[in-house]
Design a protein around this ligand. Structure first.
Ligand code: SF4
Length: 616
């Protein structure tokens, strides 16, 4: 424990800051050549649940030359104590102040954590602006899904890792070690060398110019040898990828406290609004036998009583039966339960219901995303009302009375008929409950959870405009009026938060000064309802002269230079343009399991499970 007892007694959850957890890695800092700290820009409970952090922490620590430690965003009570006592935010393993590390790595999971990133730099006594860091300051690197459009953070990061980091970050650390050892290291030279390594983007090596209307005129490397495009890194052989069999076990209750088996990367479905489904392509499955062994060893090292089979669409995993049979052969006796976080209504079966305890014990959730078949075809959801109703009937027949359905409003081409379709579908599910002969006693309870569409980079809808705030609110109210049935519970997200997310997700470098100003105004924890204030954000944009409509509502032409165009995520722009055209024609694209749609991701190598043309 590195923070004093007297200080920890002043905060709500001291267990967030003590370190010393079971399975944490302890090395002698004097015996390593590179000291790396992983920073999670949200609370300990959320960070400890993140599989990406577990993977990267473990893979970096496998290397005897590198010592990777961890830190998390301090809650406001702890921040007050740090500031009041003049203490620098430090790592969990050795209590080293963040400013004393060689490298500080942030994972960027959602846009509303950006203010926390800046605040952690400040509390770690590291200059917030990359241009103000000196030779003794750490190199600050970012990665994770938001690094696919890193531009709103370009001024704060020295470098971004694009794609999967398990191998890339070890390579990065070794470039640092080698340059230090050979006496060639200085900050600028190092960043120049990094910019030439595949999968790394160094914002200071590029110049951006703008047209009078604020759109990007040009985006060019400043120096010879710096690539114009940065292609993401992937792990080609997923069976051989590092897996954390000794995860650090949290001291306090976390959001997810279990063994997480990542069974597949990428998604075969191709929903046109979904960024994750595209940026994690090509699709790679891990073999059931490898997963089974990894689960056994992790169980032996942790004693967890729950195994989660995780991927973007778990029921699409081709080895699901073999895997669940293999796991159940030893988990049942030990009272270990299996859970599936993501189910599709069209592949939800009675057999799955029997095998998987999460399916037996919790409310079943299906993502329908839109209320009419026309709109589900536009977004390429490839699911029918009959399939959703069939899945709900399976659940009702097995004794459930409650199901939850996810929808999104604001999709391109949406009309009021599509909004009415959401209410209609929920009513049809209620009718279906009464059609099930062996239904449970009581009334059905349908939760209708409705999010707002955000046009994200690297999707077929990346050029689309987002609905204005009054239009989102009108649609939300309309749906409320159409759902007066007390058996339907209506949850919806605040539209203003989705608009701010859209601005940050599609933003360019001009937003850096807005984030800097947000830091100055003390903004943080924007992903938390108790801190998020849309008034503060809209006032901030206005004071900084940023037009929200330009970033969120404006529809782009497909030949406009987008802020993230320098990144190659594997899936080609031509594919996104084709998919967008098909969306407007109401045409669907079959899943990769039926036919490869030629998205382009297979050219990165890696075994794209279904693709006949994979470069191996
Ligand atoms: S290359 Fe083909 S099979 Fe692979 S992800 Fe793309 S569309 Fe699907």
């Amino acid at each position: 424990m590195f923070y004093k007892d007297t200080l920890l007694k002043q905060v709500l959850k001291p267990g967030r800051y003590t370190g010393g957890e079971f399975n944490q890695v302890i090395k002698d800092p004097e015996q390593v050549k590179c000291r790396f700290c992983f920073a999670f820009p949200d609370t300990y409970e959320i960070g400890m649940s993140n599989l990406g952090i577990r993977l990267l922490y473990g893979s970096l620590n496998e290397d005897p030359d590198v010592y990777c430690e961890r830190t998390y965003a301090p809650w406001v009570d702890m921040e007050d104590q740090l500031v009041k006592n003049g203490i620098t935010l430090s790592s969990h393993e050795t209590g080293t102040p963040l400013c004393d590390f060689d490298i500080l790595g942030f994972t960027l999971q959602y846009e509303l954590c950006y203010t926390n990133v800046l605040n952690m730099l400040r509390l770690g006594h590291i200059p917030v602006l990359s241009s103000e860091r000196g030779e003794d300051d750490p190199i600050v690197i970012g990665g994770g899904p938001c690094s696919y459009n890193p531009e709103p953070l370009a001024d704060f990061f020295d470098v971004f890792s694009i794609g999967e980091g398990e191998e890339a970050l070890v390579e990065f650390a070794h470039l640092y070690i080698d340059m230090k050892a050979s006496g060639q290291y200085d900050r600028r030279k190092f960043l120049y060398e990094v910019s030439k390594v595949p999968g790394f983007y160094v914002p200071s090596m590029y110049e951006v110019t703008y047209n009078e209307d604020g759109t990007i005129k040009s985006f060019c490397p400043k120096y010879d040898g710096v690539p114009a495009k940065i292609t993401k890194r992937i792990i080609k052989d997923f069976d051989k990828a590092y897996f954390p069999e000794k995860p650090v076990m949290p001291f306090i209750e976390c959001v997810q406290d279990r063994i997480t088996l990542e069974i597949m990367r990428g998604c075969i479905r191709g929903c046109r609004f979904c960024q994750a489904g595209m940026i994690y392509r090509p699709i790679r499955e891990k073999s059931p036998s490898v997963l089974n062994e990894q689960a056994k060893r992790t169980y032996e090292n942790t004693g967890y009583d729950e195994i989660s089979l995780c991927s973007l669409s778990t029921s699409d995993y081709t080895g699901l039966r073999e895997l669940t049979d293999g796991l159940l052969s030893w988990t049942d006796d030990r009272m270990i339960s299996l859970t599936l976080p993501s189910l599709r209504a069209d592949s939800f079966t009675d057999e799955l219901m029997q095998k998987v305890s999460s399916v037996r014990t919790t409310t079943l959730t299906f993502a329908a995303e839109a209320g009419t078949q026309r709109l589900r075809d536009v977004i390429n959801k490839n699911i029918t009302e009959e399939e959703v109703i069939r899945a709900c009937k399976v659940a009702f027949a097995a004794g459930k009375t409650a199901v939850k359905l996810y929808f999104m409003i604001g999709h391109p081409t949406e009309t009021d008929e599509d909004i009415a379709g959401i209410a209609e579908l929920c009513k049809h599910i209620i009718d279906a409950f009464y059609e099930v002969e062996d239904r449970p006693k009581g009334k059905p309870q349908i939760t209708m959870s409705v999010a707002c569409f955000i046009p994200k980079p690297f999707t077929a809808f990346q050029w689309e405009g987002q609905d204005p705030l009054p239009e989102f609110r009108r649609k939300q109210q309309l749906l409320g009026h159409l759902c007066s049935d007390r058996r339907i519970k209506y949850n919806y997200h605040d539209a203003d938060g989705s608009i701010i997310e859209a601005v940050l997700a599609r933003g360019d470098r001009k937003l850096c000064r807005v984030l800097l100003e947000a830091l100055g105004r003390g903004m943080k924890f924007d992903a938390w309802s108790e801190f998020f204030s849309s008034e503060k954000w809209f006032r901030l944009f206005e004071d900084c002269g940023v037009d929200v409509k330009f970033y969120a509502e404006r529809k782009r032409e497909t030949d406009e230079i987008l802020p993230w165009d320098m990144i190659d995520c594997g899936v080609s722009k031509e594919f996104f343009i084709r998919e967008r055209k098909k969306a407007y024609e109401g045409k669907t694209t079959p899943s990769c399991a039926e036919q490869c749609a030629g998205c382009g991701a297979n050219r990165l190598g890696g075994e794209c499970t279904w693709c006949p043309n994979t470069k191996k």
